[in-house]
Design a protein around this ligand. Structure first.
Ligand code: ZN
Length: 261
């Protein structure tokens, strides 16, 4: 029989963005049958926050992290900030996310992305909530902003991490856990497995990022929350942990950085 601490925690799953034909309640139930019992639902754009909160309130094991993704940074303004602030006392809201920098996007500009990031980091610190980070091709700049904004006070999770071991360690010094997902399982993956093997165990967490980044052998298909087990198996193999240890360690880490019991 599994105890609570031996269940998996999916720290990043876009249940509000599953394609037509995949029902969030059914997907959660399927994942729960595989031992995945907690789900953190990140925000992307303000117009989806309502749906995010509805899902987190009605589906068992689900929590929400509303926020403005860098791709939607143009929607960040005083009204949006006030709306976000008003959601943060909801008991189902445990983080602000996903926020960060995306260097692959020409628009919104870096300046607009940075302003939304800084303001949301301040809001997180002010309300005592951790944050979920998204970063592509802007690692050095993100670390610089995290230092400037004293983000170690809130910490959180660096989602879809694809950087070096040095960057991962710099992030953990700022109280950010590193989330490993589907890309870890892809044949030919090199840097992710190396980082996972060398990173201190207390900073490793799991994420599906469904419906994106499906693990092997589903790469390129719609990712589903139940596939998190494939990521967990890879983590277990690379670290030499049993599945029970993998669940216990990664779930305890997620709960610690998110301030959950
Ligand atoms: Zn995401």
């Amino acid at each position: 029989m599994q105890t609570h601490s031996e269940l998996f925690f999916d720290t990043h799953v876009h249940l509000d963005q599953l394609p037509a034909g995949l029902d969030p309640a059914t997907e959660v139930a399927l994942a729960q049958r595989q031992g995945i019992h907690r789900f953190l639902l990140p925000g992307v754009e303000p117009q989806h926050w309502q749906r995010l909160l509805e899902l987190a309130t009605t589906l068992s094991g689900c929590l929400a992290a509303p926020g403005v993704h860098p791709l939607a940074a143009e929607s960040w303004n005083e009204d949006t900030a006030n709306r976000l602030l008003s959601l943060l006392d909801n008991p189902q809201v445990v983080a602000v996310g996903e926020i960060g920098l995306d260097g692959y996007l020409a628009q919104p500009t870096a300046e607009i992305q940075e302003q939304a990031l800084r303001d949301q980091l301040r809001l997180a610190r002010q309300t005592g909530l951790p944050v979920l980070l998204h970063c592509r091709k802007a690692t050095g700049r993100l670390l610089e902003i995290l230092h400037q904004e004293q983000a170690a006070d809130c910490g959180g999770i660096w989602h879809a991490f694809s950087g070096s071991l040095e960057t991962a360690q710099a992030a953990t010094q700022l109280n950010f856990a590193i989330a490993f997902g589907g890309p870890l399982t892809w044949p030919g993956a090199r840097r992710g497995p190396e980082v996972l093997k060398k990173l201190s165990a207390e900073w490793i967490v799991l994420e599906s990022d469904a419906p994106d980044l499906a693990p092997h052998p589903h790469r390129g298909e719609t990712n589903r929350p139940a596939y998190l087990g494939l990521v967990a198996e890879r983590v277990a193999a690379l670290r030499g942990w049993s599945m029970e240890e993998t669940a216990r360690i990664t779930t305890a880490n997620a709960c610690r950085v998110l301030g959950l019991k």
